[in-house]
Design a protein around this ligand. Structure first.
Ligand SMILES: *[C@@H]1O[C@H](CO)[C@@H](O)[C@H](O)[C@H]1NC(C)=O
Ligand SMILES: *[C@@H]1O[C@H](CO)[C@@H](O)[C@H](O)[C@H]1NC(C)=O
Length: 533
């Protein structure tokens, strides 16, 4: 598309000055690394000097091709225990499928910070004691550092290098950080898993929202504090609090898109760049399907494509979920199913009817672009959610963990997708009914196509939005005028609880006085009556 390229060229020309940018990209989870890499690519495409620093917390193997811009310098930081990390199997988190413990917000707030933060500890500790690499970074005279607010060591690196940092988030939002940038509470605006949205939401929904957001807050706070503590230990003297480091920036970049996401009150400091990972032009010209897939799609009129992403494994799905899915396959013999299934499993294959094809690898973009694929069944990682939104394809979202339930609800509210509880995978009948409805009822496609149109025509291109705000923030790295001052007050002043309290008391007192006066008047009147008689 010409306008997009033109925009990029114009941006390059209009650059006030090229900056020397350090992107801190810790390797611990594929979707995080992917988003940060894509961000780095875009910034480098716009003419800045970008260096990506990658400390390895786990030996993720598929991160190699993520940095595409050839001008980017990559510094991989392999810790001393890297050989051990290599020996470990890539975690596939089978427990996330159906463990009620893993899915419990209270438990996860106690276990997750240490379990996940613990993964970061060894490499980060070594990094902060490695004067050689720290000096090397310092000598490169970076203007600014970009880091995600999840693995937060980057902010301490920026502090050591005495350069400003700009926080970003590969997910839609993180309330404890959003609030440091002036965003009010999302209660009621962003429904939590299992909650209805206002005005349908009732008391139990609101209670559920409060419960889940509270423990989500607690989890992320404890995760940051855990890292804060071991970084302080590694450096060996008191360090600034993580929140104070993160909140110096004039902007906070998030992977939300205002036209896809729930409408929440926000401020100009929070920059929504969701959609930067999408290349509409490339999506319109996907690779042609191989003959094998052409044949599969020709088998029946409708095809459904199932993929639970690359972290969780379909073959590790609990057996009762598999049984429900198989029942659905058998109940819909007129539909062909392609299921991304990571293992050759003859025994399992034998349990399946003829209309199912298990594939270890699938050409996802080409399948999503094909009209004959009527429905995409997905776990709803944010990457897939964006991709689905931008293909205009109906989707059955079956969230498994993390931010996936929120992503599912976010997409479902546009009417082209349905959020489906993973525990209901075991219910073959319900699953059949849902899939049949989504394949045959055209309203899902109409709504999904409408969303695609909206996203393609959103007033400000997400990449442009990113670059304009980033360049502004690099120019004015401490500018905080867009953060409301009310943000620095406590809960009472923030919500005017003192005034509400005093006015309530005054009203009660007033009513009491009026009541007393009326009482006296009544007595006087009845006294007079008695006298007259
Ligand atoms: C960017 O890199 C080029 C080539 O290495 C160098 O000449 C230029 O000075 C760098 N610019 C900044 C702002 O560091
Ligand atoms: C979550 O934390 C943020 C920031 O500390 C705060 O503004 C918000 O009220 C908290 N929400 C709940 C439900 O605890």
């Amino acid at each position: 598309m010409l306008p997009n390229n033109l925009l990029s060229i114009l941006l390059v020309i209009s650059l006030v000055s090229c900056k020397n940018i350090l992107v801190y990209n810790p390797i611990f989870g594929y979707s995080h690394a992917k988003f940060v890499s894509q961000l780095a690519n875009i910034i480098a495409d716009h003419g800045h000097n970008v260096t990506v620093f990658q400390p390895f917390h786990i030996a993720l193997k598929n991160t190699d091709g993520l940095i595409k811009n050839k001008n980017i310098e990559i510094i991989n930081y392999y810790p001393d225990h890297y050989a051990e990390l290599l020996k470990k199997k890539t975690p596939t988190f089978p427990d996330f499928w159906d463990s009620h413990l893993m899915n419990n917000p209270v438990l996860s707030s106690f276990l997750m910070p240490k379990a996940l933060g613990g993964e970061f500890e060894q490499t980060t500790t070594q990094l902060f004691q490695d004067q050689k690499i720290l000096n090397d970074l310092k000598n490169r005279n970076f203007d600014v550092l970009l880091a995600e607010t999840f693995e937060i060591a980057g902010f301490y690196i920026a502090d050591l290098l005495e350069i400003p940092s700009i926080p970003l988030m590969s997910a839609v939002r993180l309330p404890i950080i959003d609030s440091a940038f002036g965003q009010p509470s999302i209660l009621g605006y962003f429904p939590q898993q299992y909650s209805k949205v206002a005005p349908e939401a009732g008391f139990l929904d609101r209670l559920n929202d409060l419960y889940r957001i509270f423990f989500w807050n607690l989890t992320t706070q404890r995760l940051c504090q855990f890292q804060n503590d071991f970084i302080q230990k590694a450096i060996g003297h008191p360090v600034p609090h993580w929140r104070d480091l993160v909140k110096e920036s004039p902007i906070y970049i998030t992977n939300s898109n205002s036209y896809l996401d729930f409408a929440v009150p926000t401020t100009a400091t929070i920059v929504h760049v969701g959609g930067i990972t999408i290349d509409l032009e490339k999506m319109r010209h996907v690779a042609a399907l191989t003959e094998e897939y052409e044949n599969i799609l020709a088998e029946r009129e409708s095809t459904v494509f199932i993929s639970f992403g690359s972290v969780i494994r379909s073959y590790e799905m609990p057996d009762n979920f598999k049984a429900g899915i198989i029942k659905m396959f058998k109940s819909l013999p007129d539909v062909t199913f392609i299921w991304k299934y990571e293992k050759d499993d003859v025994k399992f294959q034998n349990r399946l009817p003829k209309n199912v094809h298990l594939k270890k690898w699938v050409p996802q973009p080409s399948l999503l672009a094909d009209k004959r694929v009527k429905l995409f069944v997905t776990h709803g990682g944010l990457g897939s959610t964006m991709e689905v939104a931008y293909t205009g394809k109906p989707a059955l979202m079956v969230p498994i963990f993390g931010d996936q339930p929120n992503n599912a609800d976010m997409l479902a509210r546009h009417g082209g997708a349905v959020a489906y509880d993973k525990f209901d995978l075991a219910d073959g009948e319900k699953l059949t009914k849902t899939v049949r409805d989504m394949v045959t009822n055209s309203k899902y496609e109409v709504n999904a196509q409408e969303l695609l149109k909206v996203l393609s025509k959103q007033p400000i291109d997400p990449k442009l939005n990113l670059m304009k705000h980033l360049e502004f923030a690099m120019e004015f790295p401490k500018h905080r005028s867009q953060v409301p001052a009310i943000n620095r007050t406590g809960l009472i002043a923030h919500y005017y609880l003192d005034v509400i309290g005093v006015l309530t008391l005054a009203s009660i007192f007033g009513l009491f006085v009026i009541f007393k006066i009326l009482n006296i008047l009544r007595k006087m009147i009845s006294l007079r009556k008695v006298k007259r008689e």
